[in-house]
Design a protein around this ligand. Structure first.
Ligand code: GLN
Length: 509
């Protein structure tokens, strides 16, 4: 039986994914669809509600993103957030105009008694809007106000439509923010509890149905995502799974060996290592543009797998560890293309497999980890810090050369060593060095130097959607910096990146 679920309709908001995260955290399955998805394509079986996301448009503009009115006929509750609320109001006969006073950031709000706000105190909420609902649909009433926004929330019980002008998803780690839980349980009537750990059986069964009796090739990177994907497929089809580990020469120190040891000895999988370093480096020679690097690496990956597939003969499917943020950030939703992930945007069109198996396509990172633990993957692997497919290539600003690779690899090893010594591996989500490509003047042994600046990037997060820079204690930073400058040729200055995401991303390219 299909699980109860909520559809999140994307109007290009920067936080649409967070909405889906919040709903899942409330124990209800959620999926994101683009706002122009055809009504016929919406699966209504066990669909319990819609949430309309925020977005950059103004609903009264002719070109603004819309949604088919047909969804209103489904009789399932709808919650609109910001743009979503404005659109919902307009669709049902209300009016939206430019606000006299736009609101941005944390703002005091007054909630009326309403099931949407059950167990929530009067609090500050996060605002981000220029427009406002000025006239409500006939059957709606106001359920929240701020000083500058008379209609900061509405409820239309007759049509089961609800709107909030603020962004509850942005406050996902504030425990008083219970709107998603309240919407799902009190207004949509969701009763089942969804949890990623219950998903493995279903995923394994789906893979079995798709790939039983076929040969499947898996692109194994050693990272959490591809490992969990591979183990799921291995459980489904055993030795029909052939794993290929491409050493593209862009890996961290000792990584290739560690990955091989783990899969061969601990997991006992079919795995071949391909040494493709020269091939990747020559393709990347002279390339400085980040998107181009990602595309080249993505394409070269696929070429290597295709060649391997031909050697193994009769390979039907390719397994990839694509996860939900990869899918959404690559612009398959409505939000702007931020980066093309090597395993999504970089996929060439002349791929010669029958298809892809991407069992984690709908999961967020922390869900992948939970799932990984639940199918017996050891902590060491499940808690490995994320490492991007294009590897060190996107941690070297500008051209990739052997010398620059060595610089980033050595400094990264020092950083990892010191973080481990300080026992901070779990506390920091991701930590690495960036070869900035910038040279600065220094003085060493009484002589002038003109060498590279290495940046340390370390962030805390729980889903990679939003991150804060990690507060590594200064004494540890001091030690790291002095080791890098002393031990690594070509590095004469170390800086620390103190930006969050948004506005920055975790990786520099
Ligand atoms: N563009 C709309 C406004 O300014 C909606 C903004 C949003 O959804 N964040 O009000």
């Amino acid at each position: 039986m299909k699980h109860e679920y909520i559809l999140v309709v994307d109007f290009g908001g920067q936080y649409t994914q967070l909405i889906a995260r919040c709903v899942r955290e409330a124990g209800v399955y959620a999926q994101i669809i683009p706002c122009d998805m055809a009504f016929d394509c919406i699966d209504t079986e066990n669909l319990k509600g819609f949430i309309l996301s925020g977005g950059p448009d103004s609903v009264y503009d002719d070109t603004s993103m819309q949604i088919t009115k047909d969804i209103l006929t489904l009789q399932v509750p709808i919650l609109g957030i910001c743009y979503g609320m404005q659109l919902l109001a307009q669709l049902s006969g209300g009016e939206v105009t430019k606000a006299q006073v736009p609101e941005f950031g944390l703002t005091d709000i007054f909630f009326e008694q309403h099931p949407l706000f059950e167990n929530m105190p009067q609090m500050k909420v996060w605002m981000n809007h220029n427009d406002r609902v000025c006239t409500l649909p006939a059957t709606a009433k106001i359920i929240a106000r701020t000083e500058d926004c008379e209609i900061a929330g509405f409820a239309d019980e007759t049509h089961k439509q609800y709107g909030v002008q603020f962004h509850p998803e942005v406050m996902h780690n504030v425990k008083e923010m219970k709107i998603f839980e309240n919407f799902c349980r009190n207004l949509c009537g969701c009763t089942q509890f969804w949890d990623v750990e219950h998903l493995s059986g279903q995923l394994i069964e789906e893979i079995r149905q798709k790939a039983a009796g076929k040969k499947v090739l898996c692109a194994l990177s050693g990272g959490v995502d591809s490992s969990v994907a591979a183990v799921l497929v291995h459980k489904a089809i055993g030795n029909d799974l052939h794993c290929v580990f491409v050493d593209h020469g862009l890996l961290r120190e000792n990584e290739a060996q560690e990955v091989m040891d783990f899969y061969q000895q601990t997991v006992g999988m079919n795995i071949t290592k391909i040494n493709a370093k020269q091939r990747f480096l020559s393709k990347l020679m002279g390339v400085t543009e980040p998107e181009q690097k990602r595309k080249i690496i993505g394409e070269e990956f696929i070429r290597v797998f295709e060649e391997e597939a031909q050697k193994l003969k009769d390979i039907d499917y390719l397994v990839q560890g694509t996860i939900y943020p990869d899918v959404v950030e690559s612009g398959q939703g409505k939000s702007a293309v931020i980066k093309s992930h090597h395993n999504v945007g970089g996929l060439p069109s002349n791929i010669s497999f029958k298809g892809l198996i991407e069992p984690l396509r709908l999961l967020f990172k922390d869900e992948v980890r939970k799932l990984g633990s639940s199918i017996g993957i050891p902590d060491k692997l499940v808690w490995r810090q994320p490492f991007p497919g294009p590897g060190l290539a996107i941690r070297i600003m500008g051209e990739i050369t052997e010398e620059r690779l060595e610089l980033v690899r050595r400094t990264d090893a020092i950083l990892r060593e010191e973080i481990a010594k300080a026992g901070l591996q779990r506390a920091i989500w991701q930590y690495f060095t960036v070869m900035t490509g910038v040279q600065t003047v220094g003085v060493m042994g009484d002589g002038r130097t003109y060498e590279y600046v290495i940046a340390i990037r370390a962030v805390t997060s729980d889903d990679a959607m939003t991150v804060e820079f990690a507060e590594i204690p200064f004494p540890i930073l001091r030690k790291i910096s002095s080791r890098m400058v002393n031990e690594v040729n070509g590095c004469s200055r170390v800086v620390y990146d103190i930006t969050s995401k948004p506005p920055a991303t975790i990786e520099w390219e």
